[in-house]
Write a protein that binds this ligand. Structure first.
Ligand code: FAD
Length: 306
């Protein structure tokens, strides 16, 4: 380990317990794809005070940090991450006020769906089965079955250079699987929490919709191998999965990576896939679909590291 990381690790050890601080963390263990190398340091702050000190130290020492939620939409480079991974798992407080839910970034989307159901709140049914965190869902503007985060986010609290700022829904510039938080000026920011605005409904109606979407997900997404959900965004011309299938690419493999035989929009890790296998396969898919249909496929998965 080089001197900067050594120094940072020693500083972190003074206020973060070893159960939340990891040296040379193997990120394949922390991503749904089960692919990727190590991060020099991975740390899980349990409150904003700790997060603030971690970010200040990284800035002072000149080390880049990356924010990781549940790791269900990322592909980590084989060479890993030269930097610190701040994992949000321990920021999980959820509060309810009227029909508003305030959820910290590390809370799981599934937990929020369950809380909404228990409280007879509608608006999040579409999200059942999405395996990510609240922070990741806001960042990605996650969505399914006609719903998306931007429909229900009232505001987002963001840590930016020592202070917390509130960004309104409008200023978050949500678009299809996009938010302002993807942009370069937010690279050093951490989504802390969000306020979701939901509506009252009868519990049986909410439950019915959850059951319907859960069934649909089981029928279409039971791919049986590690993956990161849809590899490509939906192009305006139709569904990425349909173009991939029509191009004859269902089931093709590159090393240990394959286009799923169940859902052509998913790339799966057959067991020993590397990041390069996945990126090479994605490049091949995009160029083939473009040549055949003149349709541009844009990756939805975020490459992490470098
Ligand atoms: C089986 C499966 C099904 C899926 N189905 C869907 C679906 O139906 N719809 C859908 O939209 N997605 C789906 N996904 C993708 C993924 O679950 C969502 O995008 C989810 O919202 C990502 O959350 P995460 O916590 O895992 O984010 P991560 O994968 O950890 O991170 C994703 C991006 O968000 C950033 N990020 C995460 N947390 C923060 C934070 N607190 N502050 C700043 N940046 C942050 C990361 O830096 C990264 O760039 C699916 C994935 C799988 C594996």
């Amino acid at each position: 380990m080089n001197a900067e990381f050594d120094f940072l690790y020693k500083q972190l050890c003074s206020f973060i317990p070893s159960s939340r601080l990891f040296l040379n963390a193997n990120l394949s263990k922390y991503t749904s794809f089960k692919i990727g190398g190590n991060a020099n340091i991975m740390v899980m702050p349990s409150d904003i005070r700790e997060l603030n000190i971690i970010c200040i130290l990284c800035k002072k020492i000149g080390i880049r940090f990356y924010v990781l939620g549940r790791g269900t939409n990322v592909l980590v480079l084989d060479s890993g991450i030269n930097g610190v991974v701040i994992k949000t798992d321990k920021l999980q407080t959820v509060k309810i006020s009227g029909t508003y839910i305030t959820a910290e970034a590390g809370a799981s989307i599934q937990e929020i769906v369950n809380i909404a159901l228990d409280n007879n709140f509608s608006g999040l049914e579409w999200a059942c089965g999405i395996p990510g965190s609240v922070g990741g869902a806001v960042y990605m503007n996650a969505g399914a079955y006609g719903g998306q985060m931007s429909d229900i986010v009232k505001s987002v609290k963001v840590y930016d250079n020592g202070k917390a700022t509130i960004i309104s829904n409008q200023n978050a510039q949500f678009d299809y699987r996009h938010s302002i938080f993807e942009e370069k000026k937010y690279q050093h920011c951490v989504i802390l929490s969000t306020i979701l605005k939901l509506k009252k409904d009868e519990q049986k109606n909410i439950q019915n919709r959850i059951t319907e979407f859960t069934l649909k997900r089981k029928q279409t997404q039971n791919v049986g191998y590690p993956n990161a959900g849809s590899a490509f965004k939906k192009p305006k011309e139709g569904y990425a999965a349909k173009f991939i299938e029509d191009a004859g690419l269902k089931g093709i493999t590159f090393g240990g990576a394959a286009v799923s035989n169940v859902h052509s929009g998913f790339i799966v890790n057959l067991g020993n896939a590397t990041c390069s296998d996945v990126t090479n396969l994605m490049d091949y898919i995009s160029s083939t679909v473009y040549k055949k249909f003149n349709v541009v496929l844009i990756p939805e998965i975020k490459i992490f590291g470098g």
